[in-house]
Design a protein around this ligand. Structure first.
Ligand SMILES: Cc1ncc(COP(=O)(O)O)c(C=O)c1O
Length: 387
C-alpha cells in the first residue's frame, strides 16, 4: 500500500478503468449465470444502510425486526407466513445451515443425508464441513430424483433428505410430495433447495402454470433455501434460509456474551453480518410486490419459450428437456458440446457448461435482441463446425 492516500476522484478513475474488462449484465452477454442486475431501489437502500450489523442485534433491533419481516414475506411466497430464518451470504451458506440444523436435531453419530445426483455442490461442501456423508440418489428420465433410489439409500444413520426445486443444471423440480411421504414415514428432516426456483415457482403458479408442490404446503418440508440475489433481484450477497418455524433454527443457537449490544443468541454461521442485505431484500420485495415479480417472470418465460422453440431449428442442436422455469439445457448429438461452448466463448458469450449440455439462464437482464443475437451465433457456429 502506498504511504500517501489517493483522492476520491483518483480512486474512482482507477477503479472504473481497471474494472472495465469485466462482463456486464446489460450487455446481454451473461447468458449462463443465475445472478442479474439488482433492482435500482435495492442498490440505493443497500448502500444507505451499510453500517447495520445483524450479528449484534442489541445495537440494531430495528434492523433485526426488518429481517424478521423479510423472512415472513419469503415465508408467505412459500406458503408459510409463520416462517423464520435469516438472510445469509447465498445458497451455499443456506444449505450448510439447513444440514447443520438437521444434524443438531437428529443427534446421530456418523450422520448421512440423501441428496439427488442433481444437487448443488454446496451439499458436498456442507457434508465435508459438518462431517456428514452425502449420499447421491439417481435421477429418472425427466432429471428428477428417483424416489426408489432415495429409499434404497436410507439406513439407520440417515438424518435428512434433500429435494431440489429448480436444479442448478436444468431448473427441474423434484417430487417433493413423495420425498415428504418418505421423510414422514422414516422421521427424517426434509430440506428443499429452491435457491433459484423460490423466486420463480410462486409467480409461475400465479400466472397459471402447472407448478408442482414444492414449498411449506408440503407437510414434511422443514426448511427451504431461497436466494434473493438470484431471481429476487437483490444485491449480492443475499441468500435465504427459511425454516418452517423458529424451533428449527434454534437447534444451532449459540450464546454470545461479549457484544456491545449485550448478550445474544446467534443462529447463523457467521457473527458480524450484513444488515444492508436483509434490508435491501425487504425493500425490493415491498417495491416490486407480487405483481412486479410476476411481470418479470412472465418476460423471462417468454424468452425461454422462444429459445426453446428456435434451438431445434438449428442443425444438430436440441434442448435437453422442456424447461420448467427460465433455465434451458442446450445439447447436441452431432457436435462435441465443449466445442460449441468454446466457440460461444470466443464470441464473448458467458455461458455455463455442464458435462453434457450448455445451460442458458434467461435472467431479467436478457432482452429479446440478445436471444436473437445468440441464436444467430449458434447458427454460425454449427455451420462452421459442419465445415
Ligand atoms: C440450486 C442451487 N443451490 C445453491 C446454490 C448456491 O448458491 P450461491 O452460489 O449463492 O452460494 C446454487 C447456485 O447456483 C444453486 O443453483
Amino acid at each position: 500500500m502506498q504511504v500517501k492516500g489517493l483522492p476520491e476522484k483518483k480512486v474512482f478513475e482507477e477503479l472504473e478503468s481497471r474494472l472495465r474488462g469485466d462482463f456486464t449484465y446489460n450487455s446481454g452477454r451473461i447468458i449462463g449465470s443465475m445472478c442479474t442486475v439488482p433492482n435500482p431501489l435495492a442498490k440505493k437502500v443497500y448502500s444507505r444502510f451499510l453500517d447495520k450489523n445483524l450479528g449484534d442485534p442489541g445495537l440494531f433491533p430495528a434492523a433485526v425486526e426488518i429481517e424478521r419481516e423479510t423472512m415472513k414475506m419469503l415465508g408467505t411466497i412459500l406458503s408459510n407466513p409463520e416462517a423464520s430464518g435469516h438472510i445469509v451470504t447465498g445458497g451455499t451458506e443456506a444449505n450448510v445451515l439447513a444440514l447443520w440444523a438437521a444434524r443438531a436435531l437428529a443427534k446421530k453419530t456418523n450422520p448421512e443425508v440423501v441428496v439427488p445426483a442433481s444437487a448443488h455442490c454446496s451439499f458436498d461442501k456442507a457434508g465435508d464441513l459438518l462431517g456428514i456423508k452425502i449420499v447421491k440418489a439417481r435421477l429418472n428420465e425427466r432429471f428428477q430424483v428417483d424416489v426408489a433410489s432415495v429409499k434404497k439409500a436410507l439406513n439407520s444413520k440417515t438424518i435428512a433428505l434433500v429435494g431440489m426445486a429448480g436444479t442448478t443444471a436444468l431448473g427441474v423440480v423434484d417430487p417433493i410430495d413423495d420425498l415428504s411421504e418418505l421423510a414422514l414415514e422414516k422421521n427424517l428432516y426434509l430440506h428443499v433447495d429452491a435457491a433459484f426456483g423460490g423466486f420463480v415457482l410462486p409467480f409461475l403458479r400465479d400466472l397459471g402454470y402447472n407448478v408442482p408442490s414444492f414449498d411449506f404446503a408440503v407437510r414434511r418440508v422443514c426448511s427451504i433455501t431461497v436466494d434473493p440475489h438470484k431471481m429476487g433481484l437483490a444485491p449480492i450477497p443475499a441468500g435465504g434460509i427459511v425454516f418452517r418455524n423458529e424451533s428449527f433454527g434454534k437447534a444451532v443457537s449459540w450464546g454470545i456474551s461479549y457484544l456491545s449490544g449485550g448478550e445474544t443468541e446467534q443462529t447463523t454461521l457467521v457473527g458480524t453480518r450484513s444488515g444492508a442485505s436483509a434490508i435491501a431484500v425487504w425493500a425490493v420485495m415491498k417495491h416490486l410486490g407480487r405483481e412486479g415479480y410476476r411481470k418479470i417472470v412472465r418476460k423471462c418465460m417468454h424468452l425461454t419459450a422462444k429459445l426453446t422453440e428456435e434451438i431445434p431449428k438449428i442443425r444438430g442442436l436440441s434442448v435437453v428437456t422442456e424447461p420448467t422455469m427460465n433455465v434451458v439445457g442446450l445439447k447436441s448429438d452431432a457436435f462435441d458440446i465443449r466445442r460449441i461452448a468454446e466457440e460461444l466463448r470466443l464470441r464473448k458469450w458467458a455461458i455455463s457448461l455442464f458435462p453434457h449440455h450448455i445451460r442458458i439462464v434467461l435472467m431479467p437482464h436478457i432482452q429479446e435482441k440478445h436471444v436473437d443475437e445468440f441464436l444467430q451465433d449458434l447458427n454460425k457456429i454449427t455451420n462452421k463446425l459442419i465445415g
